[in-house]
Design a protein around this ligand. Structure first.
Ligand code: DC
Length: 225
């Protein structure tokens, strides 16, 4: 069977990473969460008070950032490291979610992240999720999936996920954050969120996790032949 590249793009909180992780496991491929890279860069900028409106500051800051994915035995997943520190969990905070779309819209930040993502795909056998993976990072990927789901469902799913970690979370804040990110991610100048022309759409509003996996795997098996 041929080794392929699978890209999964789509709106915030529509289950991209759930599907990507499961597909990678079933196919025996590497899973890469490209959003984690933008989140880790945002964390670095916030911690170091980088003024990201200034090109020179961004340029200098990026030179001090090393991102790496390392496999974690206990979670069975790869986790992201920022300058040798495991930041897989802190980058999921709402504080980061509130700023990440702004940081991800910066041209130099995208150049920095995209170059690393493209290197990770050199040997294929990879499932990567994000916003511009099928359009910019791997425009020649064999299988491109564009995911979507109703906003109400997405808010509920993200709220339930965040509530487990922080019971004080407010559903209106979660909704406002999702809507803001969707707007910024799809309206920015550099690599806005778009469905690639040759992407298949999976709307999982009424699909179970098992159903969406089965559907996506059927597309992948076809491309592997
Ligand atoms: O997938 P996520 O929610 O963890 O991504 C966090 C943010 O990073 C998202 O709001 C937009 C940005 N992002 C991006 O611009 N390009 C990607 N390939 C992945 C994420």
């Amino acid at each position: 069977m041929k080794k392929i590249i699978v890209t999964i793009d789509g709106w915030s909180s529509c289950g991209k990473s759930t599907l990507a992780k499961q597909m990678a496991k079933e196919l025996g491929y590497v899973y890469v969460d490209s959003g984690a890279m933008y989140r880790a860069i945002t964390l670095y900028f916030l911690r170091n008070h980088i003024n990201w409106q200034k090109e020179s500051e961004v340029e200098k800051a990026l030179q001090n950032i090393t991102l790496e994915f390392r496999y974690a035995e206990n979670s069975g997943q790869s986790e992201i490291y920022l300058n040798e520190e495991n930041v897989e969990y802190v980058i999921r905070d709402l504080v980061i979610a509130e700023k990440v779309s702004e940081v991800a819209a910066i041209k130099q930040v995208r150049k920095f992240a995209v170059a690393q993502q493209q290197k990770m795909g050199l040997n294929k056998g990879i499932v990567m999720d994000g916003r511009d993976i099928g359009t910019i990072v791997f425009p020649n990927a064999e299988l491109k999936i564009f995911m979507t789901a109703d906003i109400a469902i997405r808010v509920e799913r993200r709220y339930m996920e965040m509530f487990k970690k922080n019971p004080n979370i407010n559903i209106d804040d979660v909704k406002a954050n999702l809507e803001m990110r969707d707007y910024l991610d799809s309206n920015r100048e550099v690599s806005p969120l778009r469905k690639a022309k040759d992407a298949v759409i999976i709307d999982n509003t009424n699909l179970t996790i098992e159903e969406q996996l089965k559907l996506a795997l059927s597309y992948a098996r076809e491309k592997q032949r």
